[in-house]
Design a binder for this molecule. Structure first.
Ligand code: PHE
Length: 458
């Protein structure tokens, strides 16, 4: 059933490759999840560990995904079928596509909340009045049966429209438009935030490591965060790399994406912590940080500087929305590329199928905050179950299989050919890179994975 004749798109430029891949990486993971983890993990201490994992574990997986994708020029499942026909490696591809459906479904729920908060802040309604209880307002909103699903549907439709237009006219074009805008907003917000009174304490929190907060759990959390943030382990970057040209430099592109992603994560910390400290709120406020704590901060800053407060709130949620969209299109693409190629469907039809399936699954996730709160499997609601399955199970296991595939199974000469573009560019770091792919990454990932499995079995 697999069709070789379906025309495949390709990225039109090196800048497009980097911005689309960085767009996938930079997302809610950087702006929403990273500051939360930093808050829980002792500020600078967490950041240092996280940086080590980005470059030692997650980047080797990213480069391996690039090698697989460009060698096979196929979707995540087709790539393993092509490179190792009849072998069980295909499991890595199947887990990736399944993970793509799950991650898009729960991610879009949070992206839908972001859309709601963007509109609220644009209308000036986030300002509330003195005494507004943002925690209660947030809980009332997410547990409503219909409203969050409406926003989820609008967000999914936006994602659909980009993916349905194809690689160059959809993903590349919109990434080139949204990523510079996103980076500009970040710089502006950091500048705002650093001038807040009392910002110094937030900066100190980010730069001074508190080693007493570093527990094994924090270390493992940093690994999971590094994977999620770089979008590795699900074959998302296998799919994107299948559209790279012969000239694309894989190692350099991966380095650029890692640097951009890390910069955005750290800068988000510089936006959030100085503001949070400036109004004296605890930095480890958890996942509600950007939907409960920040509106509080905006409210307090509104009272003194209403215009700046308004602009800050609006820009912040627009930033979050743009980041979510450039990531969700990459999740959608994992699934769309597979359905289109495997079942010989046009891109538009394949994209529509993915959108409908994820809309239904996303609806279930959304309801798990309200009327379906009681529906649990292994003590987890549907949203948490999807989140757990992807981030704690499919991503690490996928990353492990991907590095084992490239490091141990795939022909070493072919790997080197991919990394050097057939010998036309020197890769001086080849030896250490291959060492990371063969030994460091799989071993490190195995440690996280066993740790996650262990509590499951006792
Ligand atoms: N990297 C994205 C983020 O930081 C999330 C993502 C996960 C994207 C998996 C694609 C695939 O938000």
């Amino acid at each position: 059933m697999k069709s070789e004749s379906t025309p495949r798109g390709s990225f039109g430029s090196q800048l497009g490759v980097i911005l689309a891949s960085a767009g996938s990486a930079v997302g809610l993971g950087n702006i929403w999840r990273f500051p939360t983890e930093v808050g829980k993990g002792g500020g600078a201490a967490f950041i240092l560990i996280y940086l080590a994992f980005i470059f030692l574990l997650a980047m080797p997986v990213m480069i391996s995904e690039f090698v697989i994708g460009r060698s096979a020029r196929s979707n995540a499942i087709g790539a393993f079928q092509k490179l190792s026909p009849g072998k069980p490696w295909i499991v890595a591809g199947i887990m990736g596509v399944l993970g793509g459906f799950l991650v898009l479904s729960f991610y879009s729920v949070v992206a839908g909340w972001t859309l709601h908060y963007t509109i609220q802040s644009a209308l000036g309604q986030l300002q509330g009045g003195k005494g507004t209880d943002f925690g209660a307002a947030f809980n009332a909103f997410v547990s409503d049966p219909w409203q969050p699903i409406l926003y989820l549907a609008i967000f999914m439709l936006l994602t659909h429209l980009v993916v349905a237009r194809g690689i160059q006219h959809g993903i590349e074009r919109y990434s080139k438009l949204m990523m510079p805008l996103l980076l500009a907003i970040i710089v502006l917000l950091v500048a705002f935030s650093l001038t807040m009174p009392g910002a110094k304490d937030g900066i100190r929190f980010l730069l001074q490591p508190d080693l007493s907060k570093v527990t094994p759990d924090v270390v493992l959390g940093a690994m999971g965060q590094a994977f999620f943030s770089l979008s590795v382990g699900l074959g998302c970057l296998v799919t994107y790399a299948s559209y790279f040209s012969k000239e694309t430099r894989l190692v350099k592109s991966a380095m650029n994406v890692c640097i951009i992603d890390t910069m955005v994560a750290v800068l988000s910390g510089f936006i959030i912590f100085p503001t949070v400290f400036s109004v004296g709120i605890s930095p480890d406020a958890g996942p509600g940080l950007v939907f409960i704590t920040l509106p509080n901060v905006f409210l307090l800053s509104f009272s003194e500087m209403p215009v700046i407060g308004y602009a800050f709130a609006l820009l912040f949620y627009v930033l979050l929305l743009l980041a979510a969209l450039t990531s969700s299109i990459s999740m959608h693409e994992i699934c769309t590329a597979f359905i289109s190629e495997h079942f010989s469907k046009s891109r538009r039809k394949a994209a529509a199928i993915v959108t409908v399936i994820c809309l239904v699954l996303g609806g279930f996730c959304s309801l798990s905050f309200g009327p379906w709160k009681e529906v649990t499997f292994c003590d987890k609601g549907i949203f948490d179950l999807f989140d757990y399955t992807v981030t704690k199970f499919l991503m690490p296991l996928g990353g492990l299989l991907i590095t084992l595939f490239v490091g141990w199974y795939f022909d070493r000469k072919l790997v080197e050919q991919q990394l050097t573009n057939d010998g036309s560019i020197p890769v001086r770091t080849m030896k250490p890179l291959l060492f990371l792919i063969r030994w460091v990454a799989p071993f490190g990932i195995l440690v996280i994975f066993l740790n996650e499995l262990f509590p499951l079995f006792i």
